[in-house]
Design a protein around this ligand. Sequence first.
Ligand code: NAP
Length: 251
Amino acid sequence: MSADSKVLIVTGGSRGIGAATALLAARRGWRVAVNYARDEAAAASVVSQIVAEGGEAFAIQADMVREADILAMFDAVDTRWGRLDGLVNNAGIVDESARVDEMSAERISRMFAINVTGVFLCAREAVRRMSTRHGGDGGAIVNLTSAAARIGAANQYVDYAASKGAIDTLTIGLAREVATEGIRVNAVRPGIIDTEIHASGGEPERVAQMREQVPMQRGGTADEVAQAIVYLLSEDASYSTGATLDVTGGR
Ligand code: NAP
């Protein structure tokens, strides 16, 4: 690793898809800031694994519902590495299954605060640093959307699906806004991926239960999603912006 190595922030990098992305990006030469909200030990373990493999990383706590936390996270990366080349807007939540007519205002606000407002704020901070309009050297942003945005997640979490619909639109709009400023903005759309997010929504068996609805007849792995994310971050995807890559097993 050297001062020339590119710098990446992965939000929600402590577990699941974010952790797999942080590890794979580090193997491809990125220096990685591994963000987490609560699980410090999980973030520390991702950092240790990167360092053990000869990479460079540090863990940074920031709750995506707090603008001050997000600003402090970007400042910490500025202080440590003095550059930013990539952002993976991965942190996200689901909630327990509910119909729209059962949802509280607090639930809907929290869903949109983490899955939408936090993503906008991180994108804003990244553009302020990477855009040639602001004196930056360009970079890449990858947002995590979901197959739920296409199918609506009826009777489960329409609020989550709608929050990811907002991410689809952000990806297209921001991509066009910064297309001449050296920044590519793309999204990855996972289907049913085997991570802890399903248990957090009260459905630990969801991947096994949904398997038969997937044309490939299986859930995906966090590594399979990370491969798509790291591809879109890389120069191999130099002519792709505003694109969304499905990683859904055909669903
Ligand atoms: P996960 O295993 O539940 O991990 C979530 C990550 O986000 C953790 O690192 C967690 O940090 C972090 N996080 C949660 N709330 C946060 C907050 N307020 N501020 C900062 N970080 C926060 O989730 P995953 O399955 O890997 O999902 C990652 C992304 O992929 C999400 O955007 C999700 O919507 C999307 N996705 C997942 C699937 C799937 O089937 N798994 C499908 C489609 C889309 P802590 O460890 O500190 O809690």
